[in-house]
Design a protein around this ligand. Structure first.
Ligand code: AMP
Ligand code: MG
Length: 420
């Protein structure tokens, strides 16, 4: 590959996103659809509310019967019915009469308003108390008072939610109210996670000379799960092309939509991942002008998009954030792909090497807005600096020194309630 393939972060992200597309729809039950993206618009089959009903416990009546009513000169109405929530009173409410009505109960025909129970001489609190024969009402009401009319919230046949909308708890509630028991959402991306390296041993194994535990396999798996995607764990491949090929074959058989591997994409003697991609797939690029995370391969294997992350744990996680996460969000149907960014005032001088740099930092709210402090050692093997961080502060390409007090963009990888 020539130097032309040494891309900026923006170019690399654009290439990655161009290589993935939104997945097909599937129909699933309502509650598991939480967090998913609607594949098509939802059209209301009913109006909400479906019928005129009372917004208070009180009396349904005709507003005209209360004209001039006051504490001193109450209006007296005959009570002809008791309408509980869920019940229906079929008759017509005539002049000079009222029906006791509970919140949510249907407004009877003939009535045009409700007066709250507190405005009458019958503020019942005792369920044993019999229905009064008549009531006195102490104030007039306007037609429509304390009535919720049908369709005030949603009209039947209206588009309630457009395609691409993300289902939060409030959308789940609306869909339930509309009787949508099954919902058409974009299928969850199936992401195959592969760690590579002869030095890797399992988390449960004791350390041996020269070996380290496979932390990337877990970190990337967790990154996949944290965004609601489906994990296909492909385990660990040793540094041989045959082993990498065998593990990727398992991914193809499992129907993965994206491969994400770590390590083996640099220029070391045993960096076999790139070789496998070059021989049996293709490599769109394999280096990005980014820190951390310069070696980053993107291409295809068996027709499936492939992101080869660097091996260093921080580089792997940061490049996943920068490239894999937006790609997976695109496949899942999201229209906003990137983490939110805020402008921060740097609390210390920082230096960079001219590549677009992502510094682990903690963003807090200070007197002059958001402020950021780096979380210590920025070596790409210092995992604890990511543990302490809630953001990645971005030093733009070409900038080598940022003075304390200068502003930079921070990509929020976490949005803790304690800070905001
Ligand atoms: P490489 O890209 O193969 O040169 O790996 C770069 C660094 O990342 C080396 O120090 C590796 O030991 C380390 N590394 C690679 N894979 C993993 C992994 N799965 N977990 C933890 N560290 C890793
Ligand atoms: Mg290696």
């Amino acid at each position: 590959m020539a130097d032309a393939e040494y891309l900026t972060v923006a170019e690399a992200l654009q290439a990655v996103l161009a290589g993935v597309s939104v997945l097909p729809a599937e129909s699933i039950p309502l509650l598991p659809a939480l967090g998913r993206v609607l594949a098509g618009p939802v059209v209301a089959q009913d109006s909400l509310p479906p019928f005129a009903n009372s917004s208070m416990d009180g009396y349904a009546l005709r507003a005209a019967d209360l004209v001039g009513a006051s504490r001193e000169r109450p209006a007296t109405l005959r009570v002809v019915a008791d309408i509980a929530a869920g019940a229906v009173w079929e008759a017509h409410l005539g002049e000079g009469t009222a029906a006791r009505i509970m919140t949510g109960a249907p407004l009877p025909a003939g009535a045009d308003a409700v007066v709250p129970v507190e405005e009458t001489n019958e503020p019942w609190r005792d369920p044993e108390r019999p229905l009064p024969g008549q009531i006195e009402v102490y104030r007039p009401v306007n037609p429509g008072d304390y009535v919720r009319w049908p369709g005030e919230d949603i009209q039947a046949d209206e588009v309630v939610l457009p395609a691409g909308h993300v289902l939060r708890p409030q959308e789940i509630g609306v869909l339930a109210a509309l009787g949508v028991a099954q919902v058409q959402v974009v299928r969850r991306p199936r992401v195959g996670i592969l760690a590579t390296g002869d030095e890797l041993i399992g988390v449960e194994e004791p350390l041996r000379p020269g070996k380290i535990r496979n932390s990337n396999g877990y970190a990337q798996a967790a990154q996949v799960l944290a965004m609601g995607a489906e994990l296909v764990a492909l385990g660990v491949a040793g540094d041989t092309e045959a082993d990498v090929r065998a593990k990727l074959q398992r991914g193809l058989e499992a129907g993965v939509d994206l491969f994400v591997s770590s390590a083996g994409v640099s220029v070391g003697a045993y960096d076999v991942v790139k070789a496998v991609l070059e021989q049996e797939g293709n490599v769109t690029f394999w280096r990005v002008r980014m820190r951390p995370g310069k070696p980053l391969a993107y291409g295809r294997y068996g027709g499936v998009p492939y992101l080869g992350l660097p091996g260093n744990p921080v580089s792997a996680m940061v490049s996943f954030e920068r490239f894999a996460r937006p790609a997976i969000r695109k496949m899942a149907g999201h229209t906003t792909l990137e983490r939110p960014q805020v402008q921060v005032v740097m609390q210390e001088e920082i230096r960079s090497d001219g590549r677009e740099s992502y510094l682990r930092a903690i963003v807090t709210r200070g007197p002059a807005g958001y402020q950021a402090t780096t979380t210590g050692g920025q070596g790409s093997h210092i995992m604890t600096s990511l543990v302490k961080a809630n953001a990645l502060v971005i030093v733009p390409e070409g900038v080598t020194v940022v003075a304390a007090g200068e502003r930079l963009a921070a990509m929020m990888i976490d949005w803790p309630e304690t800070v905001f």
